[in-house]
Design a protein around this ligand. Structure first.
Ligand code: NAP
Length: 320
Protein backbone atom coordinates (compact mmCIF):
# COMPACT_ATOMS: atom_id res chain seq x y z
CA UNK A 1 0.00 0.00 0.00
CA UNK A 2 1.25 3.49 -0.87
CA UNK A 3 1.91 5.84 2.07
CA UNK A 4 -0.54 8.72 2.48
CA UNK A 5 0.72 12.26 2.50
CA UNK A 6 -0.84 15.66 2.93
CA UNK A 7 0.42 18.77 1.10
CA UNK A 8 -0.61 21.93 2.92
CA UNK A 9 -0.90 24.18 -0.16
CA UNK A 10 -1.63 23.79 -3.84
CA UNK A 11 1.76 23.25 -5.47
CA UNK A 12 2.98 22.78 -9.04
CA UNK A 13 1.12 19.97 -10.92
CA UNK A 14 4.33 18.28 -12.08
CA UNK A 15 5.57 18.02 -8.51
CA UNK A 16 2.26 16.55 -7.38
CA UNK A 17 2.42 13.97 -10.20
CA UNK A 18 5.91 13.00 -9.08
CA UNK A 19 4.73 12.46 -5.50
CA UNK A 20 1.73 10.45 -6.74
CA UNK A 21 4.11 7.86 -8.21
CA UNK A 22 4.91 6.69 -4.68
CA UNK A 23 2.22 8.17 -2.43
CA UNK A 24 -1.51 8.66 -2.03
CA UNK A 25 -1.77 12.44 -2.18
CA UNK A 26 -4.20 14.63 -0.31
CA UNK A 27 -3.67 18.37 -0.89
CA UNK A 28 -5.17 21.59 0.42
CA UNK A 29 -6.51 23.04 -2.86
CA UNK A 30 -5.84 26.75 -2.26
CA UNK A 31 -2.77 28.63 -3.44
CA UNK A 32 -3.22 31.88 -1.53
CA UNK A 33 -5.12 30.71 1.57
CA UNK A 34 -3.27 28.63 4.17
CA UNK A 35 -4.83 25.41 5.37
CA UNK A 36 -6.96 26.07 8.48
CA UNK A 37 -5.52 24.64 11.66
CA UNK A 38 -8.64 22.52 12.24
CA UNK A 39 -8.17 20.82 8.84
CA UNK A 40 -4.48 20.20 9.49
CA UNK A 41 -5.32 18.71 12.90
CA UNK A 42 -7.70 16.24 11.26
CA UNK A 43 -5.32 15.33 8.42
CA UNK A 44 -2.30 14.77 10.63
CA UNK A 45 -4.09 11.98 12.50
CA UNK A 46 -3.81 9.48 9.67
CA UNK A 47 -1.02 10.57 7.29
CA UNK A 48 2.47 9.06 6.91
CA UNK A 49 4.07 12.19 5.50
CA UNK A 50 3.48 15.94 5.66
CA UNK A 51 4.68 18.38 3.00
CA UNK A 52 4.38 21.82 4.56
CA UNK A 53 5.35 25.47 4.21
CA UNK A 54 6.71 27.94 6.77
CA UNK A 55 3.15 29.24 7.22
CA UNK A 56 2.17 26.09 9.13
CA UNK A 57 2.91 25.81 12.83
CA UNK A 58 3.94 22.22 13.43
CA UNK A 59 3.91 22.35 17.21
CA UNK A 60 3.70 19.82 20.02
CA UNK A 61 -0.09 19.68 20.13
CA UNK A 62 -0.26 18.96 16.38
CA UNK A 63 2.51 16.35 16.41
CA UNK A 64 0.91 14.58 19.37
CA UNK A 65 -2.19 13.97 17.24
CA UNK A 66 -0.13 12.14 14.61
CA UNK A 67 -0.24 8.37 14.83
CA UNK A 68 1.64 7.26 11.72
CA UNK A 69 3.62 10.36 10.79
CA UNK A 70 7.17 9.49 9.70
CA UNK A 71 8.30 12.73 8.07
CA UNK A 72 7.66 16.46 8.02
CA UNK A 73 9.14 17.93 4.85
CA UNK A 74 9.35 21.71 5.14
CA UNK A 75 9.63 23.65 1.88
CA UNK A 76 12.03 26.19 3.40
CA UNK A 77 15.53 26.33 4.84
CA UNK A 78 14.33 27.86 8.14
CA UNK A 79 12.43 25.40 10.33
CA UNK A 80 11.49 27.57 13.29
CA UNK A 81 7.83 26.72 12.52
CA UNK A 82 8.44 23.11 13.64
CA UNK A 83 8.81 21.76 17.19
CA UNK A 84 12.00 19.83 16.58
CA UNK A 85 12.19 18.41 20.11
CA UNK A 86 8.74 16.81 19.95
CA UNK A 87 9.40 15.49 16.44
CA UNK A 88 12.61 13.91 17.75
CA UNK A 89 10.85 12.34 20.73
CA UNK A 90 8.24 10.86 18.40
CA UNK A 91 10.85 9.60 15.93
CA UNK A 92 9.55 11.85 13.13
CA UNK A 93 12.13 12.92 10.55
CA UNK A 94 12.19 16.65 9.77
CA UNK A 95 13.71 17.86 6.50
CA UNK A 96 14.32 21.26 4.90
CA UNK A 97 15.58 22.74 1.61
CA UNK A 98 18.93 24.51 2.18
CA UNK A 99 21.31 25.43 -0.61
CA UNK A 100 18.88 25.72 -3.52
CA UNK A 101 17.63 29.11 -2.32
CA UNK A 102 20.94 30.58 -1.16
CA UNK A 103 21.81 32.62 -4.27
CA UNK A 104 18.23 33.82 -4.87
CA UNK A 105 17.88 34.99 -1.27
CA UNK A 106 21.27 36.71 -1.40
CA UNK A 107 20.14 38.49 -4.60
CA UNK A 108 16.97 39.72 -2.89
CA UNK A 109 18.89 40.79 0.22
CA UNK A 110 21.24 42.88 -1.89
CA UNK A 111 18.34 44.27 -3.94
CA UNK A 112 16.59 45.31 -0.72
CA UNK A 113 19.79 46.89 0.57
CA UNK A 114 20.11 48.93 -2.62
CA UNK A 115 16.42 49.85 -2.76
CA UNK A 116 16.53 51.09 0.83
CA UNK A 117 19.81 52.99 0.49
CA UNK A 118 18.78 54.73 -2.73
CA UNK A 119 15.09 55.20 -1.78
CA UNK A 120 13.76 53.44 -4.87
CA UNK A 121 10.24 52.87 -3.57
CA UNK A 122 9.91 56.46 -2.34
CA UNK A 123 11.27 57.73 -5.65
CA UNK A 124 8.79 55.71 -7.68
CA UNK A 125 5.84 56.97 -5.58
CA UNK A 126 7.17 60.54 -5.79
CA UNK A 127 7.03 60.40 -9.57
CA UNK A 128 3.62 58.67 -9.83
CA UNK A 129 2.09 61.00 -7.22
CA UNK A 130 3.01 63.98 -9.41
CA UNK A 131 5.49 65.44 -6.94
CA UNK A 132 8.39 65.52 -9.44
CA UNK A 133 8.46 69.19 -10.49
CA UNK A 134 12.15 69.67 -11.16
CA UNK A 135 15.63 68.20 -10.63
CA UNK A 136 17.02 69.57 -7.39
CA UNK A 137 20.39 69.11 -5.70
CA UNK A 138 19.34 67.18 -2.59
CA UNK A 139 16.12 65.65 -3.89
CA UNK A 140 15.65 62.01 -2.74
CA UNK A 141 19.29 61.69 -1.79
CA UNK A 142 20.25 58.38 -0.20
CA UNK A 143 23.29 56.55 1.11
CA UNK A 144 26.20 55.32 -0.99
CA UNK A 145 26.65 51.59 -1.31
CA UNK A 146 30.13 51.54 -2.85
CA UNK A 147 32.83 52.14 -0.27
CA UNK A 148 30.41 51.53 2.62
CA UNK A 149 30.91 48.96 5.38
CA UNK A 150 28.53 46.01 5.37
CA UNK A 151 28.13 44.11 8.64
CA UNK A 152 26.68 40.63 8.23
CA UNK A 153 25.30 38.91 11.32
CA UNK A 154 25.18 35.18 10.50
CA UNK A 155 27.90 34.15 8.06
CA UNK A 156 26.25 30.97 6.79
CA UNK A 157 25.31 30.04 3.23
CA UNK A 158 23.32 33.21 2.48
CA UNK A 159 25.66 35.44 4.49
CA UNK A 160 28.62 34.26 2.44
CA UNK A 161 26.73 34.71 -0.86
CA UNK A 162 25.84 38.24 0.23
CA UNK A 163 29.47 39.02 1.11
CA UNK A 164 30.50 37.95 -2.39
CA UNK A 165 27.98 40.35 -3.95
CA UNK A 166 29.06 43.20 -1.67
CA UNK A 167 32.70 42.84 -2.70
CA UNK A 168 31.63 43.42 -6.32
CA UNK A 169 30.28 46.78 -5.15
CA UNK A 170 33.58 47.71 -3.47
CA UNK A 171 32.11 47.39 0.01
CA UNK A 172 34.16 46.62 3.09
CA UNK A 173 32.65 43.50 4.69
CA UNK A 174 32.78 42.66 8.39
CA UNK A 175 30.82 39.89 10.05
CA UNK A 176 29.73 38.37 13.32
CA UNK A 177 28.82 34.73 13.68
CA UNK A 178 28.48 32.15 16.43
CA UNK A 179 31.67 30.51 15.15
CA UNK A 180 34.59 32.00 13.20
CA UNK A 181 34.51 31.33 9.43
CA UNK A 182 38.21 31.36 8.62
CA UNK A 183 37.73 29.83 5.18
CA UNK A 184 35.32 32.62 4.16
CA UNK A 185 37.69 35.19 5.72
CA UNK A 186 40.53 33.96 3.52
CA UNK A 187 38.37 33.55 0.42
CA UNK A 188 36.67 36.95 0.54
CA UNK A 189 38.97 39.07 2.73
CA UNK A 190 36.18 39.67 5.23
CA UNK A 191 36.85 40.45 8.89
CA UNK A 192 35.38 38.86 12.01
CA UNK A 193 34.35 41.36 14.70
CA UNK A 194 32.33 41.15 17.89
CA UNK A 195 28.68 42.15 17.80
CA UNK A 196 29.15 45.63 19.33
CA UNK A 197 31.97 46.50 16.93
CA UNK A 198 29.87 45.35 13.98
CA UNK A 199 26.94 47.51 15.05
CA UNK A 200 29.14 50.56 15.66
CA UNK A 201 31.14 50.36 12.43
CA UNK A 202 28.61 49.21 9.83
CA UNK A 203 26.80 51.44 7.37
CA UNK A 204 24.56 48.47 6.58
CA UNK A 205 23.68 45.73 9.06
CA UNK A 206 22.23 42.57 7.50
CA UNK A 207 20.71 39.89 9.70
CA UNK A 208 21.08 36.35 8.34
CA UNK A 209 20.92 33.95 11.27
CA UNK A 210 18.22 31.31 11.78
CA UNK A 211 15.44 32.21 14.22
CA UNK A 212 16.07 30.36 17.48
CA UNK A 213 15.74 30.99 21.22
CA UNK A 214 19.23 32.54 21.09
CA UNK A 215 18.46 34.89 18.18
CA UNK A 216 15.04 36.04 19.42
CA UNK A 217 15.25 39.87 19.70
CA UNK A 218 18.95 39.72 18.76
CA UNK A 219 18.53 43.27 17.49
CA UNK A 220 16.69 45.33 20.06
CA UNK A 221 16.95 48.76 21.69
CA UNK A 222 20.53 48.39 22.92
CA UNK A 223 21.84 47.07 19.60
CA UNK A 224 20.01 49.76 17.60
CA UNK A 225 21.45 52.43 19.91
CA UNK A 226 24.97 51.34 18.95
CA UNK A 227 24.33 51.81 15.23
CA UNK A 228 25.27 54.96 13.31
CA UNK A 229 22.46 57.45 12.70
CA UNK A 230 23.18 57.02 8.99
CA UNK A 231 23.03 53.21 9.15
CA UNK A 232 20.52 50.92 7.47
CA UNK A 233 19.21 47.64 8.89
CA UNK A 234 18.24 44.85 6.50
CA UNK A 235 16.35 41.78 7.73
CA UNK A 236 15.69 38.95 5.29
CA UNK A 237 16.07 36.19 7.91
CA UNK A 238 13.06 35.99 10.26
CA UNK A 239 10.91 38.68 11.91
CA UNK A 240 11.47 37.59 15.50
CA UNK A 241 15.21 38.29 15.28
CA UNK A 242 14.56 42.04 15.28
CA UNK A 243 12.38 43.61 17.97
CA UNK A 244 9.91 45.61 15.89
CA UNK A 245 8.85 47.97 18.66
CA UNK A 246 12.46 49.01 19.25
CA UNK A 247 13.06 49.26 15.50
CA UNK A 248 9.98 51.45 15.03
CA UNK A 249 11.20 53.87 17.72
CA UNK A 250 14.74 53.98 16.31
CA UNK A 251 13.46 54.70 12.80
CA UNK A 252 10.84 57.22 13.89
CA UNK A 253 13.37 59.15 15.98
CA UNK A 254 15.90 58.85 13.14
CA UNK A 255 18.39 57.17 15.46
CA UNK A 256 19.05 54.91 12.49
CA UNK A 257 18.51 56.06 8.92
CA UNK A 258 16.33 53.37 7.36
CA UNK A 259 15.38 49.68 7.28
CA UNK A 260 14.61 47.11 4.62
CA UNK A 261 12.38 44.26 5.84
CA UNK A 262 11.34 41.10 4.02
CA UNK A 263 10.14 39.37 7.20
CA UNK A 264 7.98 40.30 10.19
CA UNK A 265 7.11 39.00 13.63
CA UNK A 266 3.55 38.43 12.43
CA UNK A 267 3.05 37.49 8.77
CA UNK A 268 1.23 38.84 6.86
CA UNK A 269 2.13 42.01 8.77
CA UNK A 270 -1.09 43.78 9.90
CA UNK A 271 -1.74 46.85 7.76
CA UNK A 272 -2.08 49.05 10.84
CA UNK A 273 1.41 48.07 12.04
CA UNK A 274 3.16 51.37 12.95
CA UNK A 275 6.27 50.40 10.99
CA UNK A 276 4.27 50.60 7.73
CA UNK A 277 3.57 54.29 8.39
CA UNK A 278 7.25 55.21 8.16
CA UNK A 279 8.73 56.56 4.92
CA UNK A 280 12.22 55.28 5.70
CA UNK A 281 11.28 51.58 5.57
CA UNK A 282 11.13 49.37 2.49
CA UNK A 283 8.85 46.41 3.11
CA UNK A 284 8.42 43.17 1.20
CA UNK A 285 6.05 40.22 1.73
CA UNK A 286 8.64 37.51 2.58
CA UNK A 287 9.85 36.96 -0.99
CA UNK A 288 13.53 36.21 -0.32
CA UNK A 289 13.52 32.93 -2.26
CA UNK A 290 10.74 33.91 -4.69
CA UNK A 291 12.19 33.32 -8.13
CA UNK A 292 10.32 30.88 -10.37
CA UNK A 293 13.29 28.54 -10.75
CA UNK A 294 14.17 28.53 -7.07
CA UNK A 295 10.63 27.94 -5.79
CA UNK A 296 10.31 24.96 -8.15
CA UNK A 297 13.68 23.65 -7.00
CA UNK A 298 12.61 24.00 -3.36
CA UNK A 299 9.44 22.02 -4.05
CA UNK A 300 11.51 19.39 -5.84
CA UNK A 301 13.99 19.06 -2.97
CA UNK A 302 11.13 18.90 -0.44
CA UNK A 303 9.59 16.13 -2.55
CA UNK A 304 12.82 14.11 -2.68
CA UNK A 305 13.24 14.50 1.07
CA UNK A 306 9.68 13.32 1.65
CA UNK A 307 9.85 10.30 -0.64
CA UNK A 308 13.27 9.16 0.58
CA UNK A 309 12.14 9.36 4.20
CA UNK A 310 9.01 7.33 3.45
CA UNK A 311 11.17 4.71 1.73
CA UNK A 312 13.39 4.55 4.84
CA UNK A 313 16.29 5.98 2.83
CA UNK A 314 18.33 8.91 4.11
CA UNK A 315 17.07 12.17 2.59
CA UNK A 316 19.61 14.73 1.43
CA UNK A 317 18.62 17.44 3.88
CA UNK A 318 17.72 16.17 7.34
CA UNK A 319 17.22 18.57 10.25
CA UNK A 320 16.67 15.67 12.69
P1 NAP B 1 22.93 28.77 7.56
O1 NAP B 1 23.81 28.38 6.43
O2 NAP B 1 22.57 27.77 8.60
O3 NAP B 1 23.58 30.06 8.23
C1 NAP B 1 23.17 30.59 9.44
C2 NAP B 1 24.38 31.18 10.14
O4 NAP B 1 23.91 31.83 11.33
C3 NAP B 1 25.41 30.13 10.56
O5 NAP B 1 26.68 30.54 10.12
C4 NAP B 1 25.30 30.12 12.08
O6 NAP B 1 26.52 29.90 12.73
C5 NAP B 1 24.84 31.53 12.37
N1 NAP B 1 24.22 31.63 13.68
C6 NAP B 1 23.29 30.82 14.24
N2 NAP B 1 22.96 31.27 15.45
C7 NAP B 1 23.69 32.38 15.68
C8 NAP B 1 23.81 33.29 16.76
N3 NAP B 1 23.08 33.11 17.87
N4 NAP B 1 24.66 34.32 16.65
C9 NAP B 1 25.41 34.46 15.53
N5 NAP B 1 25.36 33.64 14.48
C10 NAP B 1 24.50 32.62 14.54
O7 NAP B 1 21.52 29.31 7.02
P2 NAP B 1 21.20 30.06 5.64
O8 NAP B 1 20.86 29.06 4.60
O9 NAP B 1 22.28 31.07 5.39
O10 NAP B 1 19.84 30.80 6.05
C11 NAP B 1 19.79 31.71 7.14
C12 NAP B 1 18.36 32.02 7.52
O11 NAP B 1 17.79 32.85 6.50
C13 NAP B 1 17.42 30.80 7.55
O12 NAP B 1 17.47 30.15 8.80
C14 NAP B 1 16.06 31.38 7.26
O13 NAP B 1 15.36 31.64 8.45
C15 NAP B 1 16.38 32.70 6.54
N6 NAP B 1 15.89 32.70 5.15
C16 NAP B 1 14.95 33.61 4.76
C17 NAP B 1 14.49 33.62 3.46
C18 NAP B 1 13.46 34.61 2.99
O14 NAP B 1 12.64 34.27 2.15
N7 NAP B 1 13.48 35.84 3.46
C19 NAP B 1 14.99 32.69 2.53
C20 NAP B 1 15.95 31.79 2.95
C21 NAP B 1 16.41 31.78 4.27
P3 NAP B 1 27.24 28.46 12.86
O15 NAP B 1 27.99 28.29 11.57
O16 NAP B 1 28.08 28.58 14.04
O17 NAP B 1 26.12 27.43 12.99
Amino acid sequence: MKPTIFITRKIDDQIVEKIKETCEVDMWPEEEIPVPRSVLEEKVKYIDGLFCLLTETIDKSLLEKAENLKVVSNMAVGYNNIDIQTAKEKGITVTNTPGVLTQTTADLTFALLMATARRLVEGSSYLRDGEWKTWSPMQLTGQDIHGATLGIIGMGRIGEALAKRALGFDMNVIYHNRSRKTEAEEKYGITYVNMDQLLKESDFVCVLTPYTKETHDLISEKELSLMKDTAILINTARGGIVNEEALYKALKDRRIWAAGLDVFQEEPVPLDHPILSLPNVVTLPHIGSASIKTRLKMADVATDNLIKSLKNETPKYVVI
